[in-house]
Structure formats: C-alpha cells, structure tokens
Design a protein around this ligand. Structure first.
Ligand code: ATP
Length: 326
C-alpha cells in the first residue's frame, strides 16, 4: 500500500462548563462538542523514520518535530498495536491545514485523530473506533471527539464521550477568525485569576452562562452541569433555542486577554446571529445563523466590518475522522 489520507473536522463547544482547578493542574469539564465542516487532511505513507510536513493555514506555527500531535498519535498507535514496531517502521505524515492554529477549534487534536485513523488503515491494525479513542485520549483531550464527530457530551477533561441522540438538523455557522492566537493554558490561567475571591472577575455576572448572549461575566465553578435546556433545544432541532443557550465559561477569560473579541461578538449579534460565543479557548468567534442565506449575508457583512481577520461559513454536525479516497 502507498499512502492513506484521512479527513477530520474542527470542533465547537456549544456549552463549555469549566470546574475548579484540580490538584493535577487540569479542570473538570462538562461540554457539548459539535463537529463542523472545516476539515484538515492528513496523509500517511511508509518511510524510513517518522517525519511530518505541514502546509496550508497557519502551517508556519505548527511544530514539525515530535511535539506535533499527529506524530505523537503515530507513536502512541504503534505502541498500542499488539506486535509493536514489527513491520511498522517510520511514517511520513503530511498535514494539509484548513483549521487555523491555536484558534480554539482543536486543530492539533484533529490532526492526531486523522493520523490514528490513517495509520490504522495503513498498517491494517484493525483497532475499533473505541480502541482508537482510548489511544487518542493519551495524546490529547479533544482527540476522541475528533474521531467520533457529530454532537456529543464530553466530561472529565473532555475525553469521556456520550454521543448526543439528536435529529439530523443541519446548523449554519459563521466563524470569525481573529488576527492572533490564544494559548489554551493561558486562557485557563486567566479564568482561575478571574475566579479568585475578590479577583477582577468576581462572581457577579452571568454573561457567559447558558441563556445569555455572553459578552462577559464569570461563572462560579462549583456546580458544573450539562445544560438541560441546550440538550432539549438540540433534540428539538430548534436553531433559535440552540442559539439562545450557547455558553462558554472560558469566554470572559479569552475576552480579557483579547479585548477586540468583544467588538467581534457584538458585530455578529447586531447582524442577527441567533447566538454568539468564543470558540473553546478562542480567539475564533462563532455565530449561529437561522439559514444558509442568513449565514451568507452575515459572512459578507462581517468581512466588510473590519472586526476580524477572515470569515468562514460552515455547517454542523460533521462526521468524525475518516479515510478518504483521493
Ligand atoms: P486546544 O486543542 O489546546 O484547545 P487550540 O484548538 O486552540 O488548542 P490547536 O490548533 O490545537 O489550538 O493548537 C494548539 C497548539 O498545539 C499549537 O500552538 C501548536 O504549537 C501545537 N500543535 C501540535 N501539533 C499540531 C498540529 N498538528 N496542528 C496544530 N497545532 C499543533
């Protein structure tokens, strides 16, 4: 066999509830993942030793050594298959990026998931999706969801997944890419600071909690739970209700580090978005539109408004990482 190519989606978090800082430095999460039609493509080919090449959106900011999450996934899969290294020498990984780097869309985890699916095929290793998810979870918290796709509830660090039983409603999203990046650990650290008693955020506001359009406000971490109203809106396939329940506890922290996002979020809401939020740890902003036509109108207007670097229209849910025939 020569090469195998897999395609993998970016993710949004329709809800991202962040618990208190744990002893191990992580936070417990309750999140609703939603895969969208913004795809990276990863090709794996037999080679003398493991190596990675990256092209496309933000390629210059992606590490090309063993830190690359796709290469880490290759190594993790090799270690997990029954006869280890035997007959599975190096792999050349070629990543074609459309998912912006450090944008809150889990592009690195997506590439890891695609590498797992592609190597599983290349090596005829025969791991099930569940087994690939277990390997993926050792590489990154969002890898398992990139394998699964669709819409799913994540707990723990996000790797404990339950697919959401929702109808096949298609949602129309507009993404506003920022002129800059945010490092995920820095955003969590900013949230911890905002949450300190007497800290700059206090617990007063409800801006990023479910049911608001979310431009600020820090949510207390003690009782994170799945937003039942969001889940029932998803089960009903009611876009307006889904838009009204989008929430992200990291949003005040992301906005505090990247104040221009406030203007971007406000612009989308003024243009008639059903809901707006920062994607994951940011700085991408996400808007839900009532229809494909509304999404197109909003994207055109956002492009002209000068409130972001560029704009994309996508739909969700999208399928998880899968081999494609070229
Ligand atoms: P996170 O998944 O931590 O929430 P994010 O979605 O904001 O992060 P990513 O695009 O996943 O952002 O990139 C996070 C960091 O991961 C980058 O700054 C980069 O150094 C590193 N990284 C490693 N491998 C990759 C990869 N294949 N693609 C993109 N980034 C990668």
């Amino acid at each position: 066999m020569t090469g195998v190519t897999a395609r993998v989606p970016a993710k949004l978090n329709l809800q991202l509830a962040v618990g208190p800082l744990r002893g191990d430095g992580y936070h417990d999460l309750v999140t609703v993942f939603h895969a969208i039609s913004l795809f990276d493509q990863v090709t794996v080919e037999p080679a003398a030793r493991d190596a990675v090449t990256v092209t496309g959106e933000g390629a210059g900011r992606v590490p090309v050594g063993q830190d690359n999450l796709a290469l880490r996934a290759v190594a993790a899969l090799r270690a997990a298959v029954p006869d280890g290294d035997r007959g599975r020498p190096g792999v050349q990984v070629t990543i074609s990026k459309r998912i912006p780097v450090a944008a809150g869309l889990a592009g690195g985890s997506a590439d890891a998931a695609a590498a797992l699916v592609a190597c599983n095929e290349l090596w005829a290793a025969g791991l099930t999706q569940r087994q690939l998810c277990e390997v993926g979870a050792t590489v990154g918290s969002d890898v398992a969801f990139a394998l699964l796709g669709g819409t799913a509830v994540g707990r723990g660090r996000g790797e404990q997944l339950t697919p959401a039983l929702v109808p096949a409603t298609q949602y129309h999203w507009v993404l506003a890419f920022a002129d800059g990046q945010l490092a995920t650990p820095e955003v969590y650290a900013a949230l911890d600071r905002l949450r300190e008693p007497g800290g700059p955020g206090g617990y007063g506001g409800t801006g990023s909690s479910p049911g608001s359009t979310g431009l600020g406000g820090v949510v207390p971490p003690e009782t994170i739970q799945l937003d039942a109203a969001l889940m029932s809106a998803l089960r009903a396939g009611d876009a307006a209700l889904v838009g009204s329940r989008l929430s992200n506890d990291l949003q005040p922290a992301a906005v505090s580090l990247f104040p221009a996002l406030r203007k971007t979020l406000a612009a989308g809401l003024e243009l008639g978005a059903l809901g707006a939020l920062v994607a994951g740890s940011g700085p991408t902003c996400v808007f839900l539109a009532a229809s494909a036509k509304r999404a197109l109108d909003m994207a055109v207007a956002m492009s002209g408004a000068g409130v972001c670097r560029s704009v994309a229209r996508v739909t969700g849910p999208a399928p998880g990482a899968a081999v494609v025939s070229l």
